[in-house]
Ligand binder design. Structure first.
Ligand code: ADP
Ligand code: MG
Length: 259
């Protein structure tokens, strides 16, 4: 059974078809990369799934439940988590307090958040930090963390909510290749351990082809290909768009998610 089922999804801005008749699905425990040139419609699609944007037509079903028309908060409650391109943990807290805060919010105990953050869920928070290899930084103030570590923390915070589907907004943007590899490997480990489905956009083709189970390719709002990394590598249309002979306006290799 599919976790996420996207059918004939369309969204236009003025005369621009940002998404046009897009359909694909995602299974639990699947790591799916969404790629495409700048302006392809990736952000639009993400924002329709998380509820920031409303589809003009089509359907987005999470285990059979229609998400189109629901508020972002309701979608988040149903188990659709996200990481942020620019992660913004509470910088006045320590690393572990940030995760504890997320755990508290998951349990809807926000009313006495500040008093409780220091002792609640410490073991669970530490376990999550271990899963993103951040346990050693647990008691450091967040504003002392390196950029790559903030990204790991963002991932731990997202996982604290036990998402069934995690949307990752350029998880490796701004990272060195080595660090990039680490975060993708971590994500892969989280997918296996928690059986969460992950949909990510990414401009590093190494990350995409090295880690995705499947790849969906958008161009000018349309889904032009989907398949395994091997199938996508051998796809003629994709090769044209990504490797040179494309005449698409602005059809160069991808740019950041929110560009
Ligand atoms: P990508 O993330 O793949 O780069 P986007 O989803 O951001 O693509 O954009 C797809 C198309 O929709 C582009 O032509 C973009 O200019 C247009 N678009 C996106 N958001 C808006 C908006 N809020 N208002 C008008 N046009 C938009
Ligand atoms: Mg974008």
């Amino acid at each position: 059974m599919n976790l996420l089922e996207i059918s004939s999804l369309s969204k236009a801005f003025g005369g621009v078809n940002a998404n046009e008749d897009v359909s694909f699905s995602l299974k639990p425990g699947e790591l799916l990369a969404l790629i495409g040139p700048n302006g392809a419609g990736k952000s639009t699609l993400f924002n329709m799934i998380n509820g920031q944007l409303r589809a003009d037509s089509g359907s987005i079903k999470l285990e059979g439940q229609e998400l189109v028309g629901l508020a972002p908060r309701a979608i988040w409650r149903l188990g659709v988590g996200r990481t942020f391109q620019v992660a913004q943990p509470f910088s006045s807290m320590t690393t572990i307090e940030n995760v504890q805060t997320a755990l508290l919010s998951r349990d809807r105990k926000l009313f006495n958040l500040w008093r409780n953050a220091a002792d609640h869920h410490r073991d669970e928070a530490l376990d999550l930090l271990q899963q993103v290899q951040l346990a050693e930084q647990a008691d450091r103030p967040c504003n002392a963390l390196a950029y790559g570590d903030v990204k790991r923390l963002d991932l731990a915070i997202a996982m604290a909510h036990r998402p069934r589907l995690l949307l990752m907004d350029e998880p490796t943007a701004g990272m060195a290749p080595r660090e990039r590899n680490d975060i993708m490997a971590l994500t892969r480990a989280l997918v296996v351990r928690h059986h969460v489905a992950v949909l990510f956009t990414e401009h590093s083709m190494d990350a995409v082809f090295g880690y995705a189970d499947r790849i969906v390719v958008l161009a000018r709002g349309r889904l032009i290909a989907q398949g395994t990394p091997q199938e996508i590598r051998e796809n003629q249309k994709v090769a044209e768009i990504y490797f040179g002979t494309s005449t698409l306006p602005g059809g160069k290799l991808d740019t950041p998610f929110d560009a």
